[in-house]
Design a protein around this ligand. Structure first.
Ligand SMILES: Cc1cc2nc3c(=O)[nH]c(=O)nc-3n(C[C@H](O)[C@H](O)[C@H](O)COP(=O)(O)O)c2cc1C
Length: 203
């Protein structure tokens, strides 16, 4: 076994952490500051955390614009990243001034949301409109605060493009998600041959 304590380094060519906990869905988050500046950025420390009410969240390493905006306005949208949107998603990760609108930077269309004032990506096949429930600053096991912030939000409205619904079931393969792996620029896609079904044991 290659065993290491993260506090003392991993001893490999590349840090394996983000390659092991992978692939991860991408939280492509649109938000808006109190002055109305719109922002869009990808976060792969992203997942779903509850069914009822549905809660999703992401973690920002540093107090980035997205966190600051959601702290100010209490709203954000999650935009699904399809393969066809991968390059544009990547463009929106550029470190730019908070006044810079990443929708314009990447040539994406802003679509008004139904329940919140933050627009979403019209080109995305699935969008979840969210209201902030918590922003948690992370801390170490020793109780020291870490400069990372976990943002959680309740999903108040979901939009799914009709083309992604087959016989009443959401077709994830059709939506063609981009998934983040490790390394500097590794990603995965999904394919039918990699899918299998396993039903939970009855209690
Ligand atoms: C695929 C991808 C995933 C990313 N995931 C994260 C993440 O989980 N946490 C983070 O802090 N930054 C992440 N980043 C970097 C941010 O997108 C980048 O710092 C961005 O400029 C933040 O924008 P903002 O300041 O407008 O919020 C990721 C970038 C890419 C391309």
């Amino acid at each position: 076994m290659h065993t290491y304590r993260p506090s003392e380094g991993h001893g490999l060519k590349h840090n394996p952490f983000a390659s092991i906990i992978a692939p991860r869905p991408i939280g492509w988050i649109s938000s808006k500051d109190a002055l109305g500046n719109v922002n869009l950025a990808p976060y792969s420390f992203f997942n779903a955390f509850n069914y009822t009410p549905p809660i999703i969240g992401f973690s920002s390493v540093g107090y980035k614009d997205t966190v600051s905006n959601i702290s100010e306005t209490g709203e954000f949208c999650w935009n699904f990243v399809s393969q066809s949107l991968a390059i544009k998603m990547n463009q929106t990760s550029k470190a730019v001034a908070s006044e810079c609108d990443e929708f314009e930077l990447a040539g994406l269309t802003k679509k008004p949301s139904s329940e919140i004032s933050v627009p979403h990506v019209q080109e995305s096949p699935v969008v979840m409109e969210c209201k902030k429930s918590q922003i948690v600053q992370l801390s170490s096991a020793a109780g020291e605060t870490v400069e990372s912030y976990m943002v959680l939000g309740e999903v108040v409205c979901v939009h799914i493009h009709q083309d992604m619904i087959k016989d009443g079931v959401f077709d994830l393969l059709k939506a063609d998600p981009v998934l983040r792996a490790g390394g500097q620029g590794d990603y995965f896609t999904l394919s039918a041959q990699h899918m299998f079904e396993m039903i939970r044991p009855q209690s």
